[in-house]
Structures are given as C-alpha cells and as structure tokens.
Design a protein around this ligand. Structure first.
Ligand SMILES: NC(=O)c1ccc[n+]([C@@H]2O[C@H](COP(=O)([O-])OP(=O)(O)OC[C@H]3O[C@@H](n4cnc5c(N)ncnc54)[C@H](OP(=O)(O)O)[C@@H]3O)[C@@H](O)[C@H]2O)c1
Length: 245
C-alpha cells in the first residue's frame, strides 16, 4: 500500500493501534496529537520496523490556532484522514464544572470537526480522499452517564452525516465509526461488562476493514448495531428510568 494516512489521536488507544496496522500494511503515516514525545517514539519504532515514512504533527484541537497552523504545516495531502481524538472527561453531573464541559465539547465536537474541516477543504478541491471520524455509540441516544461526552459525540455524528452528504458529490468518502467498549486508556478503571469489551487492536482491524470496503456507518464490533437499535426503540417514559453505562 503506497497510500499516506493521517491519524489524529495516534498517541494512544485505537489511534495508536491503527497507526501500527496501517504501517504494517506499508502505508506512510502522518500522526498527530498533543503528546509529541509519545508520537516521536511511535514514529521511530514504526519507521525502523516497517521501513515507511512517518511525519509527526503537534496539534491541540481544543485550540483553534493549533488547527489553523496544521493546514500550513502539512507537508503533503494524505489519501485517508482518521480522527481518533476523544476526551471522556470527569463526571460533570453537578452541571457546574464549566471548564470541564467546555473541554469535552472543544475536543469531541468543535475540535474534531475543525480538524476534519481542514482535510474536507483539501479533499473537496482535489476531488478525492477518505475521511474517517471515530464517534461513539454514546452519540446515538443521550444518556445520564457521560452526559456531555454523549451530546458532543451526537454533534460529531450528525456533522459526519452531513459531511458525507456534501462530499459525496465531490468524490470524497466519509465514514462514521461508532465503537462500543474498547480497552484503551480512555476506559481504564471503568466498570464495564467484560464480555462487551474488545482490544484496541481488534477495533483497529474492524475499522480498517470498514475503510477498505468504503462503508458509510460502522458499529465496532457490529453487534452494537442491534444493541443500539433496541436502545433507540425504547419509549422515552421507560428509557428515562434506566441508567445504562
Ligand atoms: N475506548 C472506548 O471504549 C471508546 C468507545 C467509543 C468511542 N471511542 C472513541 O474512540 C476514539 C479513540 O479513543 P481511545 O479509546 O483510543 O482513547 P485514548 O486512548 O484516550 O486516545 C485519545 C486520543 O485523543 C488525543 N487527544 C485528546 N485530546 C486531544 C486534543 N485536545 N488535541 C489533540 N489530540 C487529543 C489523545 O492524544 P494526546 O493526549 O497525545 O493529545 C489520544 O491520542 C475517540 O474518539 C473516542 O471518543 C472510544
């Protein structure tokens, strides 16, 4: 594979596993996040293991200037861009932690959208490219646990729906990925049903397969499509009484 893949959020979890998987298939990489030390160490390892090129970009998507700078720094336009950035945040159900709520939206919604917009503009101009947004099952129906994270992911999912519609007419494909529970630093310490958790390597494999097949919306793993269908079918008078994690 001679493609170049830009992966935002490659310093950890699903993004890091995607970087390894694409590197192993021969793709050249552009990896980005805030933790440049970690990105540099990943780049050194992948370059020596797979003889590919890896460019490192420092971005903080909660800072608008950082997103603007990226468009100037980008050495070449990639073939595929994957946004695997996410921030679960701490429990904000006292409703008063304004800065934390802001960070959750700035990272999962505005920031991720702003980052993808950089590539949407480039891809629209060139009439090719694949955009992959990693959203979440949490964005499919608002829930009390992770209230603001799930609302920010709902915004991100809705943005990806509209973007797919817009860019379809410019030969650019947009994929929405909705993972269930994945074993990463984000879910460390959470009490989740072990039978529903998958590794980040498995998630990366399923995501790459969805990209290879140019899917539109993919649940990772696919059984979540049924689970979410059931959850979305619950009448509100009942749904409001349950407390799903
Ligand atoms: N794990 C799950 O169960 C699960 C379930 C559903 C959806 N997801 C979604 O899957 C994606 C990957 O999550 P993960 O589980 O792999 O989490 P993770 O291990 O915590 O990785 C999150 C990534 O986001 C980057 N990031 C966070 N804030 C950033 C910012 N302001 N600017 C730039 N980069 C930032 C982090 O890099 P730095 O710290 O280096 O900046 C890190 O690389 C996210 O979109 C997440 O919401 C995960």
């Amino acid at each position: 594979m001679n493609k170049t893949v830009f992966i935002a959020g490659a310093s950890s979890g699903i993004g890091k596993s995607l970087a390894e998987l694409y590197a192993s298939s021969g793709a050249n990489l552009q990896i980005a996040s805030r933790n440049v030390d970690e990105l540099n160490s990943i780049a050194t390892e992948l370059k020596s293991k797979y003889k590919i090129s890896v460019e490192v970009y420092r971005i903080d998507v909660s800072n608008y200037q950082s997103i603007q700078d990226l468009s100037k720094q980008l050495i070449q336009v990639p073939d595929i861009v994957i946004c695997s950035i996410g921030y679960l945040g701490i429990d904000t159900r006292d409703f008063l932690n304004v800065s934390e709520i802001h960070q959750i939206f700035a990272t999962n919604a505005e920031g991720s959208i702003g980052l993808i917009n950089v590539f949407a503009a480039l891809f629209k101009k060139s009439g090719k490219g694949i955009i992959v947004g990693i959203s979440s099952i949490a964005g499919d129906r608002g829930k009390s646990k992770n209230l603001f994270y799930s609302s920010a992911k709902a915004a991100f999912t809705s943005y990806l729906d509209g973007l797919r519609n817009e860019l379809y007419h410019h030969n650019v494909h947009v994929i929405t990925v909705k993972p269930g529970y994945v074993d990463t630093p984000m879910t460390k310490g959470l009490s989740l049903p072990s039978s529903l958790i998958i590794s980040s390597e498995r998630a990366a494999l399923l995501i790459k397969k969805a990209i290879d097949h140019k899917r539109n919306i993919v649940y990772v793993p696919s059984k979540w499509r049924f689970v979410i269908w059931v959850i979305n079918s619950l009448p509100e008078y009942f749904y409001k009484k349950i407390n799903w994690k």
